[in-house]
Design a protein around this ligand. Structure first.
Ligand code: UDX
Length: 435
């Protein structure tokens, strides 16, 4: 299959690269000529394990190309994937579809022969129909079908998620388009990956419903964790106990400082807005959004509390700034709420993150960025772990303790054991476990 991918952001780049790994002939298109030049020179703009190597391999073998010429790419393609950004719109939180519709207009003028136009970006219900309308209006004679094919990849595990998905959702009732999509994903039949064939609308809603459900699961365990602290229970035992019930499932029951990232916050807001617009408000999603927002601030209060009620003039070492490990992505990271709250409380912050600091420098004021975990610690009154990077799991705790002014650790990801930490002489606070 000849595939054109429009947009070389996270989803576009990973999808295009993985399609080329399947053996398809792929060209990724972006308006940003500088980005394309650097991709052609082998420079990958995002940090994603395995991506660089896969791009290099498939570029070398000729399966993967990068360019700015949308017209030629679309003319030659059997399928065109729209993977441009859909940021949160200011005001109502609905997804901003400006880029999707602009791409559709451009694609329309270049369609030749039968082409499947696929929305890969996360788009609200009804977007596929609007893309269909734009294509028809711009090129009444064109032969095409519009398909929704949402992406479920997690940052940090994107390649694995794409190459070994739990399922692939294909939103179209048109037989010809189903056949093209079946052909594109044929390599996955080796793993008997289910292809869920459904309508455009069901497919679009599946993506939002999936993300909102996972966000709800996290928020649920976060609240159970708070209750655990009150009653002297251990949230990990509770999560394991409920997670072994297959109706619940063990994943996404890890408590923490609240969910962040480029998807859950944005998608829950957009889904809630759709539900309001349609007169069928999703109250549970509204509550999840609200709890999660407040939770980030509560984490700052937890740190202040661990420091004896005030951080004024205190030196706080912070490990981890990104919204989760194995990414350089700072979008909606809890650190963006926690650190400013501590600074406002008068704290002096020294922070380190293995990949996120370049971006963090643009987003966080009054923070001293250090080049290693230990460099944050000299004379610290408290250590706060915000992101569970592997390198923070095996700190030399004797060294940590000897460097700090007072051995207080607030572990917002529960990567250390409370009993062990007490034995080592730390004042240790975590989430949902007895101190
Ligand atoms: C998510 C979805 O998993 C993916 O399917 C979708 O396509 C995009 O959004 P991603 O944002 O990359 O992926 O990260 P994910 O691993 O899902 O984590 C999201 C947030 O939830 C992070 O802030 C993470 O720390 C938090 N989280 C996740 C928890 O706090 N507890 C958990 O048990 C799991």
């Amino acid at each position: 299959m000849r595939i054109a991918v429009i947009g070389t952001g996270y989803v576009g780049l990973v999808s295009g690269t993985c399609f080329s790994e399947f053996g398809h002939d792929v060209i990724c298109i972006d308006k940003d000529a500088e980005k394309i030049t650097s991709l052609n020179a082998g420079k990958v703009p995002i940090f994603e394990p395995g991506l660089q190597a896969m791009i290099e391999k498939n570029s070398r073998s000729g399966y993967l190309k990068f360019g700015t010429d949308l017209k030629t790419a679309v003319e030659d393609a059997d399928a065109v994937f729209i993977a441009v950004g859909t940021p949160s719109r200011r005001g109502d939180g609905q997804a901003d579809l400006t880029y999707v519709y602009a791409a559709a207009r451009e694609i329309a003028t270049a369609l030749t022969g039968y082409t499947v136009v696929v929305t890969k970006s996360t788009v609200p219900v009804g977007t596929g129909r609007e893309v269909e309308r734009i294509l028809r209006e711009t090129s009444p004679e064109a032969d095409f079908d519009v398909v929704s094919n949402p992406e479920f990849l997690r940052e940090g595990a994107a390649i694995e998620d794409f190459m070994r998905p739990d399922r692939v959702i294909v939103g179209t009732t048109e037989k010809r388009a189903q056949e093209v999509m079946g052909e594109i994903y044929r390599p996955l039949s080796l793993f008997q990956t289910p292809l869920v064939i459904t309508s455009l609308e069901s497919s679009e809603l599946t993506k939002y419903a999936g993300n909102a459900f996972l966000a709800t699961k996290i928020t649920f365990i976060n609240e159970i964790a708070d209750l655990c602290e009150k009653v002297g229970a251990d949230v990990h035992d509770v999560a394991r106990g409920i997670g072994l019930d297959r109706r619940i499932g063990a994943k996404f029951l890890h408590p923490g400082p609240g969910f962040g990232g480029s998807c859950f916050p944005k998608d829950t807001r957009a889904l809630f807005q759709t539900s309001i617009e349609e007169g069928s408000p999703l109250r549970i999603v509204d509550t999840v959004i609200d709890i999660n927002e407040k939770r980030k601030m509560e984490m700052a209060e937890r740190v202040i509390d661990a420091c004896g009620g005030s951080v004024s003039g205190k030196q706080i070492a912070v490990l981890g700034l990104t919204f989760k490990p194995d990414t350089d992505d700072m979008r909606e990271s809890p650190s963006l709420d926690i650190l400013p709250a501590l600074v406002a409380g008068g704290a002096i912050i020294r922070a380190y993150d293995p990949e996120g600091m370049e971006e963090a420098r643009n987003l966080l004021a009054d923070v001293d960025f250090c080049n290693s975990s230990y460099a944050t610690l000299e004379g610290a009154d408290a250590l706060v772990i915000i992101t569970e990077w592997n390198e923070f799991r095996a700190l030399d705790l004797t060294r940590v303790k000897s460097m700090m002014k007072s051995p207080v650790m607030v572990d917002l990801r529960n990567i250390y054991d409370p009993h062990d930490m007490a034995l080592k002489g730390f004042t240790y606070r975590s989430i949902g476990r007895p101190n």
